[in-house]
Structure formats: C-alpha cells, structure tokens
Design a protein around this ligand. Structure first.
Ligand SMILES: Cc1cc2nc3c(=O)[nH]c(=O)nc-3n(C[C@H](O)[C@H](O)[C@H](O)COP(=O)(O)OP(=O)(O)OC[C@H]3O[C@@H](n4cnc5c(N)ncnc54)[C@H](O)[C@@H]3O)c2cc1C
Length: 390
C-alpha cells in the first residue's frame, strides 16, 4: 500500500483541520483536560453538536443511513486529527455500536436506532464485562428471559463506563441457557431509565469514573434484541474490533510528544539545556520513529477495511503497538520533566499542562481497553499466522 495520502485524502485532512481551527479553542481543550470522562462538559457537547450540524457524526456510515459515506482511511484521518488537536473524540456509540447494528440488525432495527444515533439522541454505555467475565466473555451470567413481548433482564455488569451519562446500554446477555457457552449470548439495547436499572460509581486511578450496573427484573421490548438470538458473542467481537481501530490511532500520542519536544527545546535544568542531554535526545528520537511506525500500522488497518477485509490481526497489532507506545511516551515524559511534571493540570506551574503525569496514569487503561494486549497478541498469532488458539 501507499503510505502517503492521496490528493483527495490530503484535501479531506485539510478540511478537518479547518473545522478544528474554527471549533476547538483553549476553553474546550482545557475542559476536556480537566473533566476527563466525568459526564460531558458544555463545550464538548457544543463541539459534538457542531460535528452533527456539519453532517460529520457518521463519517464512515453509508449515506443511506445519514452518514458521509467516507472511506475507513478518511475516518482514520479524521480520528487522528481530532486526537492530535485534543478535541473530544467521537463516542463509541458512533464508531463501534452503530457500525455493528448496520451490519447485523434487521431493517426495522436499523430504521429505529440509526437515525436517533445520528441525531445525537442516543449514547451507549458498553455492557460486556461482569465480575466473573472479562476476557472470557463466554462466562457472562446476566440473563434475559422472554415474557410475552418483553425480555426480563437480571444480573450485574462491571466497568460499565459512561453508564451514568448514557441514555442506553449495549448489553451482552445470556438468552440461550442450554446452548454452548459462546452460542448462548445475545446483544440487547436497554434504556438506562428503565425501572430496575441501578448505577454505582467506581473511581479509578487516572481520576476517571466507571460504574457497576445492576439489573433487577428490567423489562425490555422484544425487538431490542439486535440481530439473531445466540449470536451476541460474535456481534460483541465485531463491535470490539471497531473499538480497537479507534484505540490504535497515534493522534493523542503525537500531541503529547509534540508538547514534550517543545519543552525539551526550551527548558534548562541545573544550568544545562535539556536539548543537549544525550539521553533525552535518544529517547525523543526513538519515540519519533515509533510514532511514525504507529501511524503506518493504523493507516494500513484502515486501508485493509477499504479493500473489503476485516483486518482483525492488523487492528490488534495497531492497538498493541500504539497503546504500549503511549506508555513509553508517558514514561519518557515523566523522566524528562522530573518532579515538576507531576503537578496537577490545575496547578499553574505544572509543566506540559500537567498532562504527562495524567498520561502516565491513563496509559495502562489503553493496554486492556477493547481487550487486553496479551489476548491481542494471541489474536495476532492465530488469525495472522495460523498459530494454535489459546
Ligand atoms: C477503567 C476501566 C474501564 C472499563 N470500561 C469498560 C466498559 O465500558 N465496558 C466493558 O464491558 N468493560 C470495560 N472494562 C473492562 C475491561 O475491558 C476488562 O477489564 C478487560 O477486558 C479484562 O478483563 P478482566 O478485568 O476480567 O481481566 P481478566 O480477563 O481476568 O484478565 C486478567 C489477566 O489475565 C490475562 N488473560 C486472561 N485470559 C487470557 C488468555 N486467554 N491468554 C492470555 N492472557 C489472558 C489478561 O490479559 C489479563 O492480563 C473496563 C475496565 C476498566 C478497569
């Protein structure tokens, strides 16, 4: 493949950059920095509204569903530019759940859910994990039983991030108790305001909020089971594949790296300019080369989708490489900045806006979000190279 952008792709990138210039100001960047994922700040919501107004919500969605019909490479360019600018990301509702509904939902389900997602009226939390089911999703115990025209759902989900602000849950539930474990699951849409849904906060290390979710005799219309009964394991795998494509973008890493290099150029420690330190220069050079490799992996994965393939091994490679690269950027940043780099973003003397210590605490999350890197390596082995599945 050609790693240079075509003239049309470069023109799209410039259009995205123009949009960012018009719609991302220091106030929005600062709100995103300080709020993390705790709710959505007013400026982030305004930015998302501007995206919808421009018709840019479903960038890679087909036009028949109200999307822009852009290619996977063009979506990758968009995500990369948005992340690089520090703007709020497109939600996984748009980049992971909607593309799955498009592929597996029946016509009525597509008509019911896709326009509402496109208008911004629906925001999903992702309900795969449970206390006893993480990597091993086939162990899911939350179950749904049909009662007339409704499913009655009972169980508990863990790490249900965004459940406190979401309108709906994209929930993996057991509907076929007698089938083999991974053929007994279905994907169901559960409104968060349904009686019997309870959300409990869990605060994690980088100051982010996730949740435990309890479902007690929650009644859901029969038609909210998306696609086929018993196919939920495969639908969740598809949605996770789309999720990994977003995690495998180097945009955020490049932004952090840019800020780090700016600081290295200017800062003098104990009378010695950082830029003259051989160990600092060596770390910077290594990260620069890795960022370029990460960019190529992401681009190649998107390009494979445009060729009509579902590049599971490639998207896992990009996800593993980029998530571990972000950890290396944070490691290097914290070492180079020293103690001053550990101050909170609200502290006026914090270096690089207090982001390096935040990145250091956030980065491990990227290594297990969307499926742990150990398991991604397994996927690369068996899907990419025919090695035995573990
Ligand atoms: C902050 C946070 C936010 C999250 N948000 C969400 C969310 O919104 N929705 C959601 O559904 N989940 C979410 N998760 C859950 C996350 O996806 C899981 O934690 C992850 O999938 C791992 O599952 P586990 O924690 O049960 O660990 P386990 O599956 O028990 O794994 C423990 C360790 O064993 C390794 N391991 C397990 N099986 C294998 C294997 N076959 N081969 C090699 N190594 C293996 C893993 O790689 C890992 O290192 C979140 C988790 C956290 C902490």
């Amino acid at each position: 493949m050609d790693y240079e952008l075509s003239p049309a792709e470069a023109a799209w990138r410039d259009e995205v950059r123009g949009f960012i210039r018009r719609n991302v100001d220091p106030g929005l960047a600062s709100e995103t920095r300080l709020k993390g994922n705790e709710g959505r700040g007013p400026l982030a919501l305004r930015f998302h509204r501007a995206l919808r107004d421009a018709g840019w919500w479903g960038i890679a969605w087909p036009k028949e569903y109200g999307g822009l019909g852009k290619s996977a490479v063009e979506q990758w360019i968009f995500i990369d530019e948005i992340e690089s600018a520090g703007a709020p990301m497109l939600p996984l509702t748009v980049t992971s759940v909607a593309p799955t509904i498009m592929r597996v939902g029946d016509e009525q389900q597509k008509r019911e859910w896709l326009p509402r997602i496109n208008e911004g009226g629906i925001d999903f939390a992702l309900g795969y994990s449970e206390p006893e089911a993480g990597t091993d999703m086939a162990s899911i115990r939350t179950h749904a039983v049909l009662d007339g025209d409704e499913w009655v759902v009972n169980g508990q989900k863990m790490w249900n991030t965004m459940a406190h602000s979401a309108t709906h849950n994209w929930l993996a539930v057991r509907t076929e108790p007698d089938a083999p474990r991974h053929k007994g699951l279905s994907m169901m849409i559960v409104p968060m305001d349904a009686p019997g849904v309870t959300v409990q906060p869990i605060w994690v290390w980088p100051g982010l909020r996730t949740n435990a979710l309890f479902l007690d005799n929650v009644r859901v219309p029969r038609s909210n089971l998306i696609g086929d009964r018993g196919a939920g394991f495969y639908y969740a795998a598809m949605a996770l594949n789309f999720e990994r494509l977003a995690i495998g973008s180097v945009g955020m890493g490049r932004r952090m790296f840019r800020n780090l290099v700016r600081l290295v150029r200017e800062r003098v420690v104990d009378g010695r300019p950082l830029k003259d330190e051989p160990w600092v220069r060596e770390r910077i050079a290594r990260l620069a080369a890795d960022l370029e490799a990460g960019r190529m992996l992401g681009l190649e994965t998107a390009w494979a989708i445009d060729q009509g393939r579902m590049p599971a091994a490639e998207s896992s490679m990009a996800k593993v490489f980029v998530s571990e690269l972000v950890q290396r950027i944070a490691d290097a940043g914290c070492e180079i900045l020293g103690l001053d780099g550990q101050l909170h973003p609200e502290e006026p003397t914090a270096l690089v806006e207090g982001r390096m210590q935040w990145l250091y605490r956030l980065a491990p999350m990227l290594a297990f979000g969307g499926g742990t890197n150990e398991v991604q390596r397994d996927i690369i082995g068996f899907l990419g190279y025919g090695l035995p599945r573990k």
